[in-house]
Design a protein around this ligand. Structure first.
Ligand code: THG
Length: 369
């Protein structure tokens, strides 16, 4: 397949770290929330192995924040998500499906409760701010909704703990998963959460002061030499093996959270009010008619740029592959697919055509590892 350059412009925003990562050897970008998101620093496989053994610094500024501020902030945030936030605590992050009135997914952000009346919705790739503004206007909510200038730096990998401890002390390693707190660097306070879009452990630094953030960026590389720190980015192989879902790829507005295996984050029994609640109750009662599952394919490479049909032995469509990659761990292609009923069961076999060659595959549970 031929590669094309994507023209740069103001509309495809750069980040405060773009000049740094371009010096450090970024080799491809994708776009995320109308912003550059690095997609590779050379070989995907080399980066995968490095991430699983060392520590990487990622420019994930594309994970934009939608700030909801004001008297009705909690009410608006709850209206948007099917996860019950009535017992949520200040200083915690919550992974929350955002759905519309038909229970279709709008986004799957991490939501940070900064204060009773102040929340950050750390969004995946869709324009949550417009949805939030529409709801606030329609409901006459007393809130301000805006995108603050926050640019996340992720520190990911098993050695992230040692690296961050070297800079911020023991307090940072005591922090629990999905907790956050404030840490000072070069006279600025930074919100740091124990989170990130990999299952290799680590932190996310929500940089509000660019100057201090860039100094912090450089410092992490300087003191990280002993931990073999490298620049990186969300890794396609690692995230599929770990089944971290990618909005727009694995699921979109046509899918509901129960079809996407997100039932852990769906609360239908409490009395909180959110859009799509009645619809989700119906779906739950009737049972889902399709489900997001893992698949393994006896192939050595794949490039998924649009859905690829999965068919049974009679060539009847039984589902579609939405993401896929060659896994060095399983030594075959693994992927995330939406399977129709009754085919969403482990060990279901299928056929798939990749670049005009037909391969055999098998359905499995998520996550792979
Ligand atoms: N960090 C921040 N913002 C983000 C992402 C992130 N916004 C976009 C995107 N990633 C949102 N998607 C996810 C998906 C999964 C997780 C986080 C963000 C995640 N899930 C854990 C899991 O699946 O094991 C645990 C969630 C839980 O149990 O609460 O971490 O990465 N800031």
């Amino acid at each position: 397949m031929k590669n094309y350059f994507i023209a740069r412009s103001r509309r495809l925003r750069s980040t405060p770290y773009t000049s740094r990562i371009e010096k450090q050897g970024v080799t491809s970008y994708t776009s995320y929330n109308h912003m550059l998101l690095p997609a590779a620093f050379g070989s995907l496989e080399d980066s995968y192995h490095h991430l699983k053994e060392n520590v990487q610094i990622w420019d994930v500024a594309g994970e934009r924040q939608v700030e909801i501020l004001g008297k009705d902030a909690a009410k608006l945030v709850q209206l948007m998500t099917c996860r019950d936030l009535s017992k949520s605590k200040i200083g915690r992050c919550y992974y929350c499906p955002i759905i519309d009135d038909k229970a279709g997914l709008i986004n799957d952000p991490v939501i940070l409760k900064l204060d009773e009346n102040r929340w950050w919705i750390s969004i995946a790739d869709s324009d949550v701010i417009l949805f939030a503004k529409g709801l606030a206007i329609g409901n006459k909510f007393d809130v301000k909704i805006f995108e603050p200038n926050v640019n996340i730096l992720a520190v990911q990998g098993p050695k992230s703990y040692k690296l961050m401890e070297k800079l911020f002390g023991r307090k940072i390693t005591d922090m629990k998963f999905f907790g956050f707190d404030y840490f000072e660097y070069s006279k600025s306070k930074h919100l740091i959460a124990r989170s990130g879009w990999s299952k290799q452990g680590g932190y996310e630094i929500y940089v509000e002061n660019e100057k201090s953030g860039l100094a912090l960026y450089d410092k992490l590389f300087e003191i990280g030499k002993e931990f073999n720190v490298k620049p990186g980015c969300p890794n396609l192989i690692e995230r599929i093996e770990s089944a971290l879902l990618s909005y727009g790829n694995d699921m979109d507005n046509e899918d509901n959270p129960l079809e996407c295996g997100l039932e852990k984050y769906v609360n239908l029994d409490s009395d909180v009010n959110f859009l799509g609640k009645e619809r989700l109750k119906e779906v739950k009662k009737k049972g889902i008619t399709r489900k997001l599952m893992g698949v393994m394919i006896e192939a050595k490479e794949i490039n998924v740029s649009k859905s690829i049909s999965l068919v049974d032995h009679k060539n009847l469509k039984i589902g579609e592959l939405r993401s896929g990659v060659y896994s060095p761990y399983f030594k075959k292609v693994i992927g995330i697919a939406m399977l129709d009923k009754p085919y969403f069961k482990v060990s279901q076999t299928f056929k798939i055509s990749i670049n005009d060659t037909v391969f055999e595959g098998k359905v499995c549970d998520l996550p792979f590892i």
